[in-house]
Design a protein. Structure first.
Length: 55
């Protein structure tokens, strides 16, 4: 298997979702957090973040 590029943890509160992303390959911003009201919006933010890292 290859090296781990990201660790992503998703937590659900009573009316929100939080994602904690640890980017092992990024020196500029290795730890990021997002908080949204819907899981769909949270997943969109995670995908956008990862795509921006690889541009």
């Amino acid at each position: 298997m290859g090296d781990t590029i990201y660790d992503i943890e998703i937590f659900q509160g009573t009316s929100y979702f939080i994602a904690k992303i640890i980017a092992h390959s990024s020196k500029e911003k290795p730890i990021r957090e997002y908080k949204t009201n819907t899981l769909e919006e949270l997943l969109e933010n995670i995908a956008k973040d990862i795509l921006e890292d690889h541009e």
